[in-house]
Design a protein around this ligand. Structure first.
Ligand SMILES: [Fe+2]
Ligand SMILES: [Fe+2]
Length: 355
């Protein structure tokens, strides 16, 4: 019985073949046939030796006997296919072992050779097995490549769609503000106030980008609010106020396509009117249940609203607005955010930003 793997010179790595049989004569006979087909042949006298042979590199083809001392051919087949599923395995069977041969095929063996092995049959079946394996690998590679290209294309399309959608909603905000001289530039300024405040709180990267965008889009829902209410030169009735309040929920609905890529934008849109004490809207969230990005947007939004003129009142002084933020810190606003806002804009003479 052979105790070691005898490696024949390789013709090509792809045609490396491992013959597993405890009978040296069978190994030698098969080895000669395969070598005459230009293959590199390694021999193993047992299943254990065969598995060890894989450590030297990939083995595209294994031809194994069924009955061997130690690990039998069926076990070897299972082990090989589990560890190296791309290996083609041929089983050598006696005429009385047809049932086992069929079981092996069901387990994933590529084919079987009947004893006594005939040279022509070996050549044909080995050739067919290697060809089938090659086609399977090629097919899988093609499928994977196709799949990757398809996914890449879909990602690209989705990115372009998002960009187009973003362009449209940004345009919508500009149109919305163009209708109302009092709120012109509001979204841009809220975006800048919020972004600089966020920087003071250590926010960077993707989240900072979303805060910038969220500031720009926070009032997008006002597209659905009637002009007569938006431009009303006086206090709103309770019903009118209810209609204005809907802009946060409607804005979130409009921006639904952004939810996956820009979740913080939707948080800002829905919750920028929430108060720390739960007296805001639409969900009466309290404290840290209000996402930080929305707490930041709330301060930025309120400051800009106070320091710009409205149809029904002149703008407040910057110092007054700053004091108002301080006064409401802890009840309406997050004190940390108010602190960060002060740090972001230490020179009040430069405020408010361009209107
Ligand atoms: Fe708003
Ligand atoms: Fe606003």
């Amino acid at each position: 019985m052979a105790t070691s793997i005898r490696e024949q010179p390789a013709a090509t790595e792809a045609a490396r073949c491992l013959i597993v049989d405890d009978d040296p004569l069978v190994r030698r006979t098969l080895g000669r046939v395969l070598q005459s087909q230009g293959m590199a042949v390694a021999e193993a006298a047992s299943g254990e030796e065969a598995l060890a042979a894989f450590e030297a590199g990939p083995v595209p083809l294994v031809i194994t006997d069924l009955y061997m001392p130690g690990m039998d051919g069926v076990t070897l087949l299972r082990e090989v296919l589990e560890r190296h599923p791309d290996t083609a395995v041929l089983i050598i069977t006696g005429v009385a072992e047809v049932k086992t041969a069929v079981e092996c095929l069901q387990l994933g063996a590529m084919d079987y050779l009947s004893k006594p092995v005939l040279v022509e049959e070996v050549r044909t079946r080995v050739h067919n097995a290697l060809e089938k394996r090659r086609l399977t690998l090629e097919n899988r590679w093609l499928q994977r490549t196709y799949q990757e290209r398809l996914e890449e294309r879909l990602r690209e399309l989705s990115r372009r769609n998002q960009e187009m959608f973003l362009g449209q909603v940004q345009m919508a905000v500009r149109m919305l503000e163009a209708k109302d001289v009092y709120t012109r530039g509001h979204s841009q300024r809220v975006s800048i106030y919020a972004t600089r405040t966020a920087v003071q709180l250590g926010i960077t990267g993707v989240l900072l980008d979303q805060i910038r965008l969220g500031g720009e889009l926070h009032d997008i829902g006002k597209i659905g609010t009637r002009d007569a209410i938006l431009n009303k030169p006086g206090p709103l009735t309770a019903d009118e106020f209810e209609e204005v309040k809907r802009h946060v929920v409607e804005g979130e609905e409009i921006l639904e396509p952004l939810r996956k890529e820009h979740p913080a934008v939707l948080q800002i849109v829905r919750w920028h009117h929430e108060h720390l004490d739960g007296k805001g809207f639409p969900d009466h969230l309290t404290g840290e249940r209000i996402p930080l990005v929305a707490r930041i947007a709330a301060v930025a939004d309120a400051f800009d609203a106070m320091t710009t003129s409205r149809a029904y009142r002149p703008p407040r002084e910057v110092s007054t607005a700053m004091k108002e933020l301080d006064r409401c810190a802890g009840s309406q606003f997050d004190p940390d955010v108010v602190g960060a806002f002060h740090r972001a804009f230490p020179d009040s003479t430069r405020l408010p930003l361009n209107q």
